[in-house]
Design a protein around this ligand. Structure first.
Ligand SMILES: C[S@@+](CC[C@H](N)C(=O)[O-])C[C@H]1O[C@@H](n2cnc3c(N)ncnc32)[C@H](O)[C@@H]1O
Length: 231
C-alpha cells in the first residue's frame, strides 16, 4: 500500500486552515468575486496552493518569475508575494475580462508594481519574450494541450536550480480513468507527466496538492547523475 492520506472535506478544511495567513482578507475577497463568475470560477487555484507557491518562490529566492494563464489573479498574487525585493513577475493571459479583476486585487495587496501583464496568446508572446535576466520561477496554468510548448519555450530561459511548476497535472484523477483518459487535454497532460519524469534536463516530482502540481528543477547541462542523489 502507498503511504498517503485520502482527503475528505473535513481533512481538507483542517489542512487548509493550518498555514500562514490562512485568513488573508484580499485572497478571500478575490475568491468571493471570482466565485460570482459562475462555473469558470473553478479555474482559480485554491488558497492553500497559493500559500504553497508563495513558499516555493521564496524558497528559491526568486527575483524573476513568469506565469502563463492568470485568470483573476490569485496565482500571480501568490507568486508576487514570494519574490525578493525588486523582483518582477511577467504574466501571460489572453482574456482581459479576467485580468481587469486581477489588477484590482493586485493593487489591494500592494503587489501591482511587481507585475507586468502581457495580453494575448501565450505561445505567440513567449516566442518573442527576451527577459533581461534568467528566470527563477515559472508557473504554467493555461490551455493543457500547449503545456509542452510552454515548457520548451521557457526552460532555456530558466536558471540552473530554477523551478517550473505545472498546474492540474492529476486532471481530477481522469488520467487513470479508462473512460476519460483519452480526451485531448488528458492525453497531453499524461504525455507531459511521463516526459518530465524521464527528462534529464530537470529533476521532477508530481505532488497531489489541489489538482496536482508537477514541479521541475532545472539541472546543469549534462543532466542528472544516473545513480547519485547529489543533484
Ligand atoms: C486555469 S486558468 C488560470 C488560473 C489562474 N492561474 C489562477 O490562479 O486563478 C487558465 C487561464 O489561461 C488562459 N489561457 C488559456 N489559453 C491561453 C493562451 N493560449 N494564451 C494565454 N492565455 C490563455 C485562460 O484565459 C484562463 O484565464
Amino acid at each position: 500500500m502507498g503511504k498517503y492520506v485520502a482527503l475528505n472535506d473535513e481533512i481538507h478544511a483542517y489542512m487548509s486552515a493550518q498555514r500562514s495567513h490562512a485568513q488573508d482578507p484580499v485572497v478571500a475577497a478575490l475568491l468571493a468575486e471570482t466565485k460570482n463568475l459562475g462555473e469558470v470560477s473553478g479555474m482559480a487555484i485554491s488558497p492553500e496552493q497559493g500559500s504553497f507557491m508563495t513558499l516555493l518562490v521564496a524558497a528559491v529566492n526568486a527575483k524573476w518569475a513568469v506565469e502563463i494563464g492568470t485568470f483573476t489573479g490569485l496565482s500571480a498574487l501568490s507568486i508576487a508575494r514570494g519574490l525578493i525585493p525588486g523582483g518582477r513577475l511577467t504574466c501571460f493571459e489572453r482574456d482581459f475580462r479576467w485580468t481587469s479583476i486581477a489588477r484590482r486585487y493586485w493593487m489591494r495587496a500592494g503587489v501591482q508594481d511587481r507585475i507586468d501583464l502581457r495580453l494575448g496568446d501565450a505561445a505567440a508572446l513567449l516566442a518573442h519574450f527576451r527577459p533581461s535576466s534568467q528566470l527563477d520561477f515559472v508557473f504554467i496554468d493555461a490551455d493543457k494541450e500547449s503545456y509542452d510548448t510552454y515548457y520548451e519555450l521557457t526552460l532555456p530561459l530558466v536558471r540552473v536550480g530554477g523551478l517550473i511548476v505545472f498546474d492540474n497535472m492529476l486532471r481530477n484523477g481522469e488520467l487513470v480513468d479508462p473512460s476519460k483518459r483519452h480526451s485531448a487535454p488528458n492525453r497531453a497532460v499524461d504525455a507531459l507527466n511521463r516526459k518530465l519524469a524521464a527528462d534529464m534536463r530537470v529533476q521532477s516530482v508530481l505532488i497531489p496538492i489541489a489538482d496536482g502540481l508537477h514541479i521541475c528543477r532545472k539541472l546543469p547541462r549534462g543532466g542528472r547523475p544516473s545513480e547519485s542523489h547529489s543533484l
